[in-house]
Every structure is written in C-alpha cells, then in structure tokens.
Design a protein around this ligand. Sequence first.
Ligand SMILES: NC(=O)c1ccc[n+]([C@@H]2O[C@H](COP(=O)([O-])OP(=O)(O)OC[C@H]3O[C@@H](n4cnc5c(N)ncnc54)[C@H](O)[C@@H]3O)[C@@H](O)[C@H]2O)c1
Length: 295
Amino acid sequence: MAQQIEKVGVLGAGLMGHGIAQVAAQAGYQVVVREVDEAALKRGIGRIEKQLARAVEKGKSTQEEADAVRGRIQGTIDYRDLADCDLVIEAITESLQAKLEMWKELNEIIKPEAVFATNTSSLAVIDQAAVSGRPSRFVGLHYFNPAQVMKLVEVVRCVTTSDEAFATAMEFARSEGKLAIPTKDKAGFIVNRLLVPYLLDAVRAYEEGVGSVGEIDEAMKAGAGHPMGPLTLADFVGLDTLGSICDVMFDEFRERRFARPPTLRKMLSAGWFGRKSGMGFYDYSGETPTENPGI
Ligand SMILES: NC(=O)c1ccc[n+]([C@@H]2O[C@H](COP(=O)([O-])OP(=O)(O)OC[C@H]3O[C@@H](n4cnc5c(N)ncnc54)[C@H](O)[C@@H]3O)[C@@H](O)[C@H]2O)c1
C-alpha cells in the first residue's frame, strides 16, 4: 500500500533539482526546495520561473496555471523547513560523503514516516539507505535530464526498501505523469548501464579513427535513428558527469567497457566538460557548434 504524499522536499536546485521540484509542483504537490545558500537558491528558482514563463509564451500553459505552480514552490536554505514533508528527494552534488552528511542531518529533522529518495546516477542506493536512519523507507528515484521533459523515472529498490516505500515511490512517479520503471540497485541501473558503454565506445571509435566527431554523430543519427549523436549527447550530459559515472561503474564491475578512454581523461584535465563549459567534442562559442579542433 502506497503512502499518501502531499508535501515534497527537494534537496538541491541545480540541473536536476530545479526540474524535479517543478515537475512535482506541476503535479499538484506542495514543494520545498533547499539549496546551500541564497545565491544558489535564487539561480534554481530563477530557472523554474524561466521554464514556466516559456510554457506560457508557447501557449502550453496559462498564466494562472504557471502562477499556481510557482505558488506551490517554497525555496529555503534551512533544512527545518522540510520537517513535515512526506517524501524527500535529494539531487545534490554526486558525492557520497556529501549525501551521507545530509541524510544524517535530515533524519533528525524530518518526520519518521517520510520516505527518502536519492536521484543518484551512479552511487549504490544501499550506501545512503544504510546511514539514513530509515533504511526501509529509502528508495532511488532516478530522473533524467531535463526532468520536465524526459518521461522516464527509474524507481530503484535496494535490499532494505520496504514494499510500502517502493509502492509509494512508484505511485508518486506515476502521479507526475512519468513512466516508472522498477530497477535493482546495480550501478547504472538500466539506462546508464547501457548508455555509458555506448558513449565511451563512441569516444574509442573516434580515437581509433573510425570517423571524425561529426561523422560518428551523423552516422548514428541517420543509421540508427537516434535523435542525437553519441558525442553530442556526451557533451550534453557533461563530460565530467560521464567521467564520474563511468569511474563508479568501472570500480563496481571491473570491465573495460566502463573504463575512461584516454581522450576523455585528457579533455577533463583541459577543463572541457562539454556544453556547460563551452567546449567538449564541440566548441559552443559560436552561433552553431563546430568540432573542437584540439582533440
Ligand atoms: N546531470 C544529469 O544529467 C543527471 C541525471 C540524473 C541524475 N543526476 C544526479 O542528480 C544529482 C544532482 O546532479 P546535477 O547534475 O543536478 O548537479 P548540479 O551540480 O547541477 O546541482 C547540485 C546542486 O546541489 C546543491 N547542493 C549541494 N549540497 C547541498 C545540500 N546539502 N543541500 C541542498 N543543496 C545542495 C549545489 O549547490 C548544486 O546547486 C547527482 O546525484 C547526479 O548524479 C544527474
């Protein structure tokens, strides 16, 4: 039996957190989103406001609907404002240490019957569940970027997750209009387990001279029907994020297919993180992306 959810806490208002907060508010939930300081909070809430305004401009929602969604979102930098949340979803930086410290603090504050969820892409859910003070009420809710658009949420059951907490998470994701797919607590879950080796293989194909960056991308679009080529996608995900996800998967499985190719390692040393840093497999400084001549 799923628990009743009315109020949702979201930790982090970065790339994922702001989207997760917006999607929950759009589904009618009261949302409290917490950031580390006022500047980060303002940036995150600003992103939500921009998205809502764009939806009104495009005629996808009315001003009244957008105002109502915004009205359901409260921003804070104080953990105590999340005390009466029924579900808390973390989307903070991908650092186990940071997540563990956060859960320890939150467990003291948040009502004991609330369910805790992590949006981690690569860390084992059990490692967080074990220190959360409520291992049976702990799940993974793995959204995809951008959370407002992507249909899938992987709902991760770890060894300690109770049937009730799992049902609550599945029901919650469905109530947001998402496709909820259950997965086991294995590094990468379903999508990254398959996607990460594919992206790394595209880098290796480039290293081996199979094709240029643009040729590899165009080939996969035209030949496999993908909406985006793998190297464009790697830039979009963030090469730093891809690097840390594949490191965790390599550590877990010890298989070459999860290992960082040298080109990726060198690009990260150069500070080329993909689209977000303006330079990755493509150079984003001009009107349209052009292949990065430096790799
Ligand atoms: N980027 C992706 O495509 C993607 C997709 C799915 C899941 N994820 C996962 O989502 C999580 C967040 O990733 P992101 O890309 O949004 O990162 P991000 O760096 O854009 O955002 C993280 C935010 O968390 C904030 N933060 C750090 N500690 C905090 C705390 N204790 N309380 C509240 N806020 C805190 C930071 O200030 C930052 O704004 C990670 O676990 C990542 O693995 C990322």
